[in-house]
Design a protein around this ligand. Structure first.
Ligand SMILES: Nc1ncnc2c1ncn2[C@@H]1O[C@H](COP(=O)(O)OP(=O)(O)OP(=O)(O)O)[C@@H](O)[C@H]1O
Ligand SMILES: [Mg+2]
Length: 285
């Protein structure tokens, strides 16, 4: 424990944990991921060919879980960075820090991944500033190199280095679209919300409820999802369904679980919430 604490001060990052940009060793146990199409094969082929991957899909549809699963499959460490509009290029690549009166270079999470042959998963990268995105260009094409201008170094990517970015097409305004020069460097994998049978399987497995219970929750979600066209900004994702199912697993009635995990979580508009509650009551009888 004390060793890890000292490491934390030394490196400013701990290799074992990942609250937004640290190297995690390959998962020891298989992170459960239920494939929905040929995403496992496409990702594996892209990794073999050292091509970067763009994951597209709505919130809570399994993008992060898929990446962890692939880290396990390929036996590679993983670095996750959450994109936001303040994320700068040096947040990814690194910066000089003053430590004990000395100025030392500190690799950022992307640089760590490039050197270590890890998967770098940059979540919601479109949120980041354009100058941040551009840093990826020489890494995402045949050059596979990360220029660290301030440190005066060009880091050649480790052969196992794999770049993955994700993006939720529903969220982005046009101004925040990825530029063609960026997206054309990536192999795109589209992950949508699962079909009912697959979703019930996921919910049952993740929450420890029966397949029958999971299926009834999935039916609720499938009845609510069309309301997207009638003012519901966010439809219930698989993540929300897993949440509702966990509440059922903990002893709540399915209708009560749905009202708190789905209805109230999705909207603040009392009328819309009442409509959702009616749907729940009608579907669950
Ligand atoms: N195909 C799947 N296999 C296994 N679990 C899944 C799958 N899809 C969704 N899940 C479940 O849904 C939860 C949310 O998935 P995840 O966190 O990967 O979503 P995400 O697409 O990364 O969302 P966000 O865009 O909000 O980050 C997971 O924790 C898992 O329980
Ligand atoms: Mg995610």
């Amino acid at each position: 424990m004390s060793g890890r604490g000292a490491g934390l001060r030394e490196r400013a990052v701990a290799p074992e944990r990942d609250p937004g940009g640290l190297l995690e060793p390959p998962p020891r146990e298989e992170p459960y991921y239920r494939p929905l199409g040929d995403e496992l094969q496409v990702f594996t082929a892209a990794a073999q060919d050292r091509l970067p991957v763009l994951l597209k899909g709505p919130t809570g549809c399994g993008k992060s879980r898929f990446v962890r699963h692939m880290a396990w499959r390929l036996g590679r460490p993983l670095v996750t960075v959450a994109g936001h509009d303040d994320l700068s290029a040096s947040d990814l690549t690194g910066r000089y820090l003053v430590r004990g009166g000395e100025t030392v270079w500190q690799d950022g999470p992307l640089t760590e991944a490039v050197r270590a042959g890890a998967i770098a998963y940059l979540d919601e990268l479109v949120e980041a500033r354009q100058d941040t995105v551009v840093v990826l260009h020489p890494l995402a094409d045949d050059r596979r190199v990360l220029p660290l201008e301030r440190a005066g170094e060009r880091v050649a990517a480790h052969p196992d280095f794999q770049l993955v970015i994700s993006y939720n097409p529903g969220y982005q305004s046009l101004a925040k679209e990825l530029k063609p020069s960026t997206r054309q460097r990536f192999v795109a994998i589209e992950l949508g919300l699962p079909p009912p049978d697959a979703e019930a399987e996921i919910v049952a497995r993740e929450a420890g409820v029966s397949l029958g219970t999971a299926m009834s929750l999935v039916r609720v979600a499938h009845s609510i999802r069309p309301l997207r066209d009638r003012g519901l900004a966010e439809v219930p994702s698989t993540r929300l369904l897993v949440r509702a199912a966990r509440l059922v697993h903990a002893g709540l009635e399915p209708a009560v679980a749905c009202r708190s995990a789905l209805c109230a979580a999705l909207t603040d508009d009392p009328e819309l919430e009442a409509t959702l509650a009616e749907i729940v009551a009608a579907v669950l009888g």
